[in-house]
Design a protein around this ligand. Sequence first.
Ligand code: F6R
Length: 263
Amino acid sequence: MEVIIESDYNNMSKRAALIIAGEVKRKPDLVLGLATGSTPVGTYKELIKLHKEEGLDFSKVTTFNLDEYIGLSPLNEQSYNYFMWSNLFNHININRANVHIPLGNVDDPDEHCSWYEERIRQAGGIDLQLLGIGGDGHIAFNEPGSSMASRTRIKALDQQTITDNSRFFEREEEVPRFAITMGIGTILEAEKILLIANGKKKADVCAKFIEGPITSQITSSALQLHKHAVVVLDEDAASKLERKVYYNRVRDQKLIIEKKTGR
Ligand code: F6R
């Protein structure tokens, strides 16, 4: 796992956007997995800027979002569908037909989950998956105890997630109790993974998933098994890491190699 530590949220967001932009330029028909929540808002702002100011082209990009609350229609302002359109898709030249976000209000959610997995397969798999991390260590809505082999399915939200996410709702009772979420198995099949985290509140869980044992109690620790996972943190989120000096040394060595080779 490569760990990149940036000074603050803005620099974390810029770095993440540059990594995504690099992949879009390398492969214009990139299959990009996306996340919602507060963490990626800055990254999406940077991507919009790169599109508007430097012509970053999303016209051939296909996207798959990680998750959606059960019971919310895509028009509901708290839905992840709504979030994605207002924070990113409405501001870039994405082709609407290439956007995939699970629907939380379908008649048969189980069938929808199978369809979603099938759509990912038909698209050739996810090239780059962007992730945030929950206070309980979840990625997507894979709460503690989720199977490390899990696929897209319905998952009951943990009490900590319900409390954490209540900041987006008027009252905690309004937070849906279930979500459709890609599984850990689905996420691990992405070619590359980019996890971003910021703030002191994420420091403990970041130390656990990066430097602790692999355990289904911290589902993000499954990323230790991935061949190409990059984690971009701000200083606050990185503050409990024990091997910070090493991560920074790797970064410096990479810079030297990049300068020498021009890559
Ligand atoms: C959202 C998602 C979640 C969030 C996580 C962190 O699509 O998959 O795992 O990434 O709950 O949320 P924030 O960024 O709001 O702290």
